[in-house]
Design a protein around this ligand. Structure first.
Ligand SMILES: Nc1nc2c(c(=O)[nH]1)N=C([C@H](O)[C@H](O)COP(=O)(O)OP(=O)(O)OP(=O)(O)O)CN2
Ligand SMILES: [Zn+2]
Length: 125
């Protein structure tokens, strides 16, 4: 069993209503994000591939376009632009095109923060 991982970066802005006192987050502000997508599977004996990374890349480029340089508050079906919701949003847009999708992790490297999602029944270890 292999785990194939590919990443993409995106820059985006959002606001966030929070229960704790954090006025800056309520204002429009931006973050640099790094999404890391992992597919698990066996390699095809003929191609030696779990999935062709070119197909993986094309699927991810479409997802990236829906987030990069966008105001995340306006992205359909995202909800509050938390790391949690971003990881689920990316998962849902890749699940049909990436058989064996096993984990999506969204990082905010500047803050040393990340959130991983492994599907509704998954275990994001
Ligand atoms: N569980 C989560 N909590 C928070 C998230 C999140 O995605 N998941 N996101 C935010 C905001 O995006 C916030 O802008 C993060 O920036 P940060 O500077 O880390 O916010 P802090 O409150 O930690 O730091 P301050 O500089 O004091 O605002 C917040 N929470
Ligand atoms: Zn923020």
């Amino acid at each position: 069993m292999f785990e194939l991982t590919k990443q993409f970066r995106f820059e985006a802005a959002h606001t966030l209503a929070r229960r704790i006192e954090a006025e800056p987050s309520r204002r429009i502000h931006g973050h640099s994000y790094r999404a890391e997508v992992t597919i698990r599977g066996h390699a095809d004996p003929e191609s030696g591939m779990v999935v062709d990374l070119g197909l993986f890349r094309r699927a991810m480029e479409e997802v990236r376009d829906g987030l990069d340089h966008r105001f995340l508050d306006e992205v359909p079906d995202l909800g509050p632009a938390t790391l949690e919701n971003l990881s689920v949003w990316i998962w849902r847009r890749l699940a049909d095109r990436c058989p064996g999708l096993s984990k999506v992790t969204v990082h905010r490297d500047s803050e040393g923060e990340a959130c991983s999602y492994a599907g509704a029944g998954g275990d994001a270890r």
